[in-house]
Design a protein around this ligand. Structure first.
Ligand SMILES: [Cu+2]
Length: 232
């Protein structure tokens, strides 16, 4: 379940942002520690014999550069790198140029399990999601009771599952494999055990599975479908 071991383009975009954040944070931390050590040294060597005007001017410079310029530049850089990664998680037109059309799957949270539906197919799975590898998958979240959060760390971003609303996140797996998902929003005593297995299959094998799966019996089919046309 490591976000640092991405298995698809959406998760890769998030991991890249994380590494940039780590690198910038380390540089800032080293800078702060260096300034702190400098201040400590000045304090102990008693080198404080300065004109009051000089001290005030120095303080102001630190405030402007350290308190305004540095955070502004850092945050701007973070937005510059972070925004494209965020957009990568959204089902925007044009992002899948040259790829197969995205597949839509519904993930509906229940206390404490996931109902997975294939719209137009009637196929319903419990705590398992089968997806084609190498093809974008738009997961539409919903909930039958309280707020849950859909998260498959190696395949993409995290998205709340809210009663009466439907949100979308775009996942993709580079290669066939098994990936673990976990509810990421505390939703009651069974929350910790509310996990899901995502099985990415070769495209042809997935198509064959879906064709053979057919409509499920009604036993797990208890939740209303996510609201149509709601916001992301
Ligand atoms: Cu939960």
């Amino acid at each position: 379940m490591s976000t640092l071991d991405p298995a698809g383009p959406s998760a890769q975009a998030i991991a890249t942002v994380w590494w940039w954040m780590l690198a910038v944070a380390v540089v800032v931390l080293l800078g702060v520690v260096a300034v702190w050590l400098l201040a400590m040294r000045r304090g102990t060597t008693g080198n404080t014999a300065r004109e009051p005007h000089d001290t005030a001017h120095t303080s102001q410079r630190w405030l402007v550069w350290g308190g305004l310029v540095l955070p502004s530049v850092s945050i701007a850089a973070l937005v510059w790198f972070g925004a494209p990664a965020g957009l990568h998680q959204l089902p925007l037109p044009g992002q899948t140029a040259g790829q197969p059309a995205p597949l839509e799957i519904e993930a509906i949270g229940h206390q404490w399990w996931w109902e997975v539906r294939y719209p137009g197919r009637g196929t319903v799975l419990r705590n398992e999601m089968r997806i084609p590898a190498g093809r974008p998958v738009d997961v539409v979240t919903g909930s039958a009771d309280v707020i849950h959060s859909f998260w498959v760390p190696r395949l993409g971003g995290k998205l709340d599952a809210v009663p009466g609303r439907s949100f979308r996140v775009r996942l993709q797996a580079h290669a066939p494999g098994t990936y673990r998902g976990q509810c990421a929003e505390f939703c009651g005593v069974g929350h910790a055990h509310m996990s899901m297995t995502v099985i990415a299959m070769e495209a042809a094998a997935f198509d064959a599975w879906l064709a053979a799966a057919g409509p499920s019996s009604g036993e797990t089919n208890t939740a209303p479908a996510p609201a149509e046309g709601a916001s992301r």
